[in-house]
Design a protein around this ligand. Sequence first.
Ligand SMILES: Nc1ncnc2c1ncn2[C@@H]1O[C@H](COP(=O)(O)OP(=O)(O)OP(=O)(O)O)[C@@H](O)[C@H]1O
Ligand SMILES: [Mg+2]
Length: 445
Amino acid sequence: MTRAISLHDVSKTYARGVRVVDRLSLDIAPGEFLVLLGPSGCGKSTVLRMIAGLEEISGGRLLLDGAYANDLLPSERSMAMVFQNFALYPNMTTRGNIGFPLRVEDPQGDHGPRVDATARMLGIEDLLDRFPAQLSGGERQRVAMGRAISRHPSAFLMDEPLSNLDAKLRNHLRAEITRLTRELGVTTVYVTHDQSEAMSLGDRVAVLRGGVLQQVDTPRAVYALPRNVFVAAFVGTPRINLLRGLVRAPLDGAMTISLGKQYLRLPEPLSLDHQLLRVQQGREVIVGLRSEAVRIAKPSSARPGEVLLTGLVEHVEFQGHEVLVHFDTGSRPAVVPDLEAPRPAARPARRRRGDGTVLDRLRERAGALRAGPVVVLDEADEAEPAVAAPDDRLPGDLIVRTTPDIDLRHGMQVPLLVDLAHLFVFDQHGDRICPAPTRLPDLEE
Ligand SMILES: Nc1ncnc2c1ncn2[C@@H]1O[C@H](COP(=O)(O)OP(=O)(O)OP(=O)(O)O)[C@@H](O)[C@H]1O
Ligand SMILES: [Mg+2]
């Protein structure tokens, strides 16, 4: 039996009124694999523990298969939980550990066949007679998983079960978890702060920030139609380029978004998306460009819908199958509060001392903004942020992904073609304006 899990305006408030989960509503279908994704401290584990019955629900309703379940004991919920720090019984073999929940349920029963079947499913038949101390980390995690599934629970609740493992094993077990949960068809709620894990595992991904649900959608839709700038920046590597822009009144008939020293000229007639920018004229916006929305190419090779920017190569990051080029375009990066999505590790910028040109001053300021504290968009334009340690600085304001055969070096001036079909624009509150919600209908699954 697999079950539907629904949360209706569920909140969690700790002593002194600290609310760590705020009116969360989610409907998880039977057999669905839902991932709770968000930065550290956003309330993911708290949500999972409330579903499991390990944490009291302060407000709202939890429904299991449509029935009110706030007050059910954990044992009455028939769910299995797998934690990051899985604790196996050290004095029991794999066989003993996997069979333990079965013996608790039915001390007299013959659980051998069920234990064997579980071990087969996880590929750990050879480890049945070993003790935890004789197993590797990945093997132990598989045993922990075996213990969780042997009882045939109606739902799995997994709290960062892979984060203690090395990258290779993590990828391997990721695939295994997908296969296993598909095979068992059991509703799964999986918590992680790792966006790539979330995207590869989830039927849907629910993004949390500060205890508040930001968006719940398929991985594809979360990536292609993020509801706000936080979701856009949390999902995808390298992180989406976020630049502060200013929507200008039409000049020579064309609408433009100014990006500091350069601007994006929106082609006429305006697309349906770009028409939405008319009401933003004179306002600051955040322009979002994923690294695949920009290509390095001659202006003469521009395709319809592509516009030109110029970038100064700051840093070239070789990744083997691809190259990430960090450009300085003289624009000002927008900084999103609360964000902990990993930025690609970059070497500290080798900053050339400015010779006092406008571009140099812009570059200095862009560097300071990047490294400084949270930038609030409606702050006075000229506010000088605090300058942080130079080592925190990331070179360039625009990262473009390209093939490794391209020969670019620090200091080169390069034409960049921006595909306006992949242009994101967010308003001052961080909510998405473009693409409009009605666009990319094939994604609104
Ligand atoms: N017993 C408690 N009393 C007060 N605050 C608490 C308590 N337990 C957790 N919190 C707070 O609730 C918030 C959410 O915690 P939670 O463990 O759910 O976060 P999380 O998203 O799982 O983070 P992580 O990714 O680091 O595991 C945190 O700010 C935490 O400090
Ligand atoms: Mg947690």
